[in-house]
Design a protein around this ligand. Structure first.
Ligand code: PEP
Length: 252
């Protein structure tokens, strides 16, 4: 997955949805995305679907949703970065809040996953985001910056692209989204943190917003400064829901 300097990226996260009968939906999304070259589009599908999806839509970016931090070994049930690559993936999500929560993934583990994936040649979308009580306590920015401190890969030199997805946990799958001001303030803080962390190399790191993005709210979200795209869950499952989001990104 190549990146022009912060061209918009719209990535779908299919989570634990998707069977071979859904490959036709991926084909529709891939064909329509090809007609919108101003935006990068990707679908992160269940690991067992990666190979068939990648074969079905050559040239379209198919990704995984997680990788193990080790390159190989005695890790029953896990999937390695090289396995994803071998199956045809070009990117992976790491540190999604559903994994941080259900699998107790620490920042340190997320960093190790990101570093292994990048070293193996996968682009990475690294997720961060605060729970509602932290937002209500006024500590969202400091919490997300601490997550970044703990989980950003140490170096990007010679690696595939990294994107950071800001996903407030309380906005995922709920239909609620932060205000435009809240998104702008968070993305500006993340941008500064990334620029400080990586100096010049940080300019290529895209910052995606994720959490209840839909065709109806995408145009206003993409108009916010420092929003370089979106990570989309529920609305990525159907081409009719996902493509309006891709079109909104292409229109910026
Ligand atoms: C997600 O889980 O990454 C996500 C953004 O979900 P949704 O779009 O359904 O809120």
């Amino acid at each position: 997955m190549t990146t022009d300097m912060r061209r918009k990226l719209v990535a779908g996260n299919w989570k634990m949805h998707g069977l071979s009968s859904d490959l036709a939906e991926i084909a529709v999304i891939a064909a329509a995305s090809k007609r919108l070259p101003a935006v990068d589009v990707a679908l992160c599908v269940p690991a067992v679907l990666v190979e068939r999806a990648a074969r079905a839509v050559p040239g379209f970016a198919i990704g995984g949703q997680d990788v193990h931090h080790a390159e190989q070994g005695a890790h029953t049930g896990n999937v390695s970065a090289r396995m994803l690559l071998d199956a045809g993936a070009v990117l992976t999500i790491v540190g999604h809040s559903e994994r941080r929560d259900a699998h107790r993934e620490s920042d340190e583990e997320v960093r190790a996953k990101a570093e292994t994936a990048l070293a193996c040649g996968l682009a990475v979308i690294l997720c961060v985001g605060e729970p509602l009580e932290i937002r209500e306590a006024g500590a969202a920015v400091q919490t997300v910056l601490a997550q970044l401190d703990g989980s950003l890969p140490r170096s990007l030199a010679g690696r595939p692209p990294l994107a950071v997805a800001y996903e407030p946990i309380w906005a995922i799958g709920t239909g609620k989204i932060p205000t435009g001001e809240e998104i702008a303030a968070m993305h500006a803080a993340i941008r500064k943190h990334i620029d400080d962390h990586y100096s010049d190399a940080g300019a290529a790191v895209r910052i995606l917003y994720g959490g209840s993005v839909k065709g109806s709210n995408a145009p206003e979200i993409f108009a916010i400064a420092d929003v370089d795209g979106a990570l989309v869950g529920g609305a990525s499952l159907k081409a009719t829901d996902f493509l309006p989001i891709v079109e909104a990104a292409a229109a910026r």
